[in-house]
Write a protein that binds this ligand. Structure first.
Ligand code: F0G
Length: 382
């Protein structure tokens, strides 16, 4: 088929019939979605396990994270409702996406971020896209509380994942995966902070596997009625697995965590906003939550970069760190097809990456002459 002249114009246009938009809705898009599903070829050999592992590289969205999927919907609907300003609390990626889509829409973005605790790339994005950036002397959970309070007293639309349009946009990642694999995976692993994204993926899989329209609307409270678009494309649904950083792991503790800490600042969250919904995802899918230490998260980030050429940010690597452990222990069965969501681009957090590689024998400084460079090459030939 000749596809010349066909321009991809973003996920709302593509999935219009499964999203809460109408013919007259004017879409705010930066061409988000349509991210690569890459099959890992070297890592399964290292693990010596017969598994198919795919990574959904969400770091290739326009602002470098999965948040763009939700933000195109949230900002489109905010503008449709006449809003002139949006607001969010963020560990960095939501603020980058909100800032970019607000700029695109010609409205104002206010972003609340934890002072000194967001990765440099994300701060640069919020500033460059022209958001009003409010650094608070507190963490994400404080920011979220303040955003909810202030939205009652100012004409601003909240675009955190408590905005239902965010999850509607994010569910499209599951649609893309099913389209490419021709079925749902057996397991789907994600890093968990607020647990919005794991909920959104489950919504997407449910909509695609729904036996019929009425049944889904009854059985799946997660979808808030939008399941009427269910289309019975697949027969299976994956077990959903959510990995948290050990210092920020309320789902593993079974209770909120007041002072969350982790090198994976994107998921430095102690009071998840989608607490009940994520537990429902686990019971419906037969999946589980688990935690990963900062050390294993950083190891997994480096392993993925150096064995497959894929650079994700630390939070994203939690899905790989956890999956490696569960594959090795047999909890994730051999013969399975596994999808890991790589939620954000590695370039978001250059400081952590450089810090991690500093001291590596691979970095040498030599004189600017042929002999020194030649010696460095010969010394490092494997
Ligand atoms: N991975 C990355 C890179 C993230 O930025 C986030 C959340 C998550 C995973 C967790 O997703 O909250 O839906 O469970 N970042 C938010 C932000 C909190 O403000 O950018 P979740």
């Amino acid at each position: 088929m000749n596809t010349f002249g066909h321009r991809y114009t973003g996920l709302i246009e593509k999935y219009r019939d499964r999203l809460p938009v109408s013919e007259s809705t004017s879409i705010i898009s930066l061409g988000e979605g349509n991210t690569p599903l890459i099959k890992l070829s070297n890592l399964p050999k290292v693990l010596k396990k017969d598994v198919d592992i795919y990574v959904k590289y969400e770091g290739l969205n326009p602002t470098g994270s999965f948040k763009d999927r939700g933000m195109t919907m949230a900002v489109t609907k905010a503008v449709e409702a006449g809003s002139k300003a949006i607001i969010c609390a963020s560990t960095g990626n939501t603020s980058a996406a909100a800032a970019a889509y607000a700029a695109r829409a010609g409205i104002t973005a206010f972003v609340l971020i934890p002072d000194g605790k967001i990765a440099m790339g994300k701060l640069a994005q919020a500033m460059m896209y022209g958001a009003i950036t409010i650094q608070i002397k507190g963490n994400f959970d404080d920011g979220m509380r303040l955003v909810k309070e202030v939205a009652d007293h100012a004409p601003v639309t909240i675009v955190n994942s408590i905005n239902p349009y965010r999850l509607q946009g994010q569910k499209t990642a599951a649609f893309e995966i099913v389209e490419e694999l021709g079925r749902a995976p057996d397991y789907h692993c994600l890093p968990v902070g607020n647990a919005g994204n794991i909920t959104a993926h489950w919504m997407g899989y449910c909509e695609m596997s729904a036996p019929d329209v009425t049944k889904v609307t009854e059985s799946c409270a997660l979808c808030e009625g939008h399941c009427k678009y269910a289309c019975n494309i697949i027969g299976n649904r994956p077990k959903m697995i959510g990995y948290q950083a050990a210092g920020s792991a309320p789902f593993i503790r079974g209770a909120m965590v007041d002072n969350p800490e982790t090198v994976a600042t994107a998921i430095r969250i102690g009071h998840p906003q989608s607490w009940d919904r994520a537990w429902k995802v686990m019971s419906e899918s037969g999946g589980w939550f688990d935690e990963c230490s900062d050390e294993t998260i950083l190891q997994a980030q480096k392993l993925l970069a150096q064995s497959e050429g894929i650079f994700c940010e630390p939070a994203s690597a939690a899905s790989l760190a956890g999956a490696i452990r569960d594959i090795q222990s047999g909890k994730i069965a051999e013969g399975s097809t596994i999808v890991l969501t790589l939620t954000g681009n590695g370039l978001k957090d250059p400081d952590t990456a450089i810090g991690q590689c500093q001291g590596d024998a691979k970095m040498v400084t030599v004189g600017a002459d042929l002999e020194s460079v030649r010696a460095a090459i010969l010394h490092n030939m494997s």
